[in-house]
Design a protein around this ligand. Structure first.
Ligand SMILES: [Zn+2]
Length: 200
C-alpha cells in the first residue's frame, strides 16, 4: 500500500467512529475530489482547531469572546440549562423550544477517568449565578452513574443560592443516556416536564 495512502488512512482513523475500512473509503473519496475542495477542507479544520474559542460566560464554542446565545438580548437570561457537551447545546437548540441560556460543563465527574469537579466549569457557573439575575437552573445531563454523581454535586453547590430554582429534565421516560442521541421531540418533552429537585 502507498505510504501516502497509509498516512492519510492512519490520520483519518484517529477520528471517533472511523475504522480503517471507513478511513480507506474516505481517502479514496478525497482522491476523487477537486484539489481546491480538499484544500478548503483542510484549511477549515485547521482554522477551527486554532481559532475557535470557548465562550467566557457559558463555555460553549464561540468565534468571539462571548457566544451568540449569551450575547442575544432577546433570550431569557434568567434561565440556564446546564449540559455536558457543546453537542448538547445543538441538540436542545434544534428543538427550537428553549429560549434561555446554557452552561457547558465540559463533561461529567468521573473518578474512573480522573475527572474531578475542578476539571469542569462548575466554578464558572457559580460565578455566573452569584452575579445575580438567574432564577432557574435546569440540569440536563445524562442519567449515567457519572451523570447522577455530577447532578448530586451540582445540587450541593447550588444550595448556596437561596431562592434559586433548580430543576432536572424529566428522567426515566425513555430518555437515553446521551442527550446528543436523543430526538428533538423527546428533548422537548423532557424540558417541558422538568421537575424541581428536592433540596434533600
Ligand atoms: Zn455563551
Amino acid at each position: 500500500m502507498s505510504k501516502l495512502l497509509q498516512d492519510v488512512v492512519g490520520e483519518l482513523s484517529k477520528l471517533p467512529g472511523v475504522g480503517r475500512r471507513t478511513a480507506l473509503r474516505l481517502a479514496i473519496h478525497i482522491l476523487r475530489m477537486e484539489r481546491d475542495s480538499v484544500a478548503e477542507m483542510t484549511a477549515s479544520i485547521d482554522r477551527f482547531r486554532n481559532e475557535v474559542k470557548y465562550c467566557s460566560q457559558c463555555n460553549n464554542l464561540s468565534d468571539e469572546e462571548v457566544c451568540p446565545i449569551c450575547a442575544d438580548r432577546e433570550r431569557d437570561h434568567a434561565t440556564i440549562c446546564v449540559v455536558e457537551q457543546v453537542a448538547d447545546v445543538l441538540s436542545v437548540e434544534n428543538t427550537r423550544q428553549y429560549r434561555g441560556m446554557y452552561h457547558v460543563l465540559g463533561g461529567v465527574i468521573s473518578p474512573m477517568q480522573g475527572i474531578s469537579p475542578s476539571d469542569l466549569k462548575i466554578d464558572l457557573l457559580c460565578d455566573r449565578i452569584a452575579r445575580g439575575g438567574v432564577k432557574e437552573v435546569i440540569i440536563a445531563i445524562s442519567t449515567s452513574v457519572e451523570g447522577e454523581t455530577t447532578l448530586f454535586y451540582l445540587m450541593n453547590r447550588l444550595r448556596q443560592f437561596p431562592g434559586l430554582k433548580v430543576t432536572s429534565i424529566a428522567r426515566g421516560i425513555g430518555f437515553g443516556d446521551e442527550l446528543e442521541y436523543v430526538d428533538e421531540l423527546t428533548i422537548t418533552h423532557a424540558l417541558l416536564n422538568r421537575r424541581e429537585i428536592d433540596p434533600a
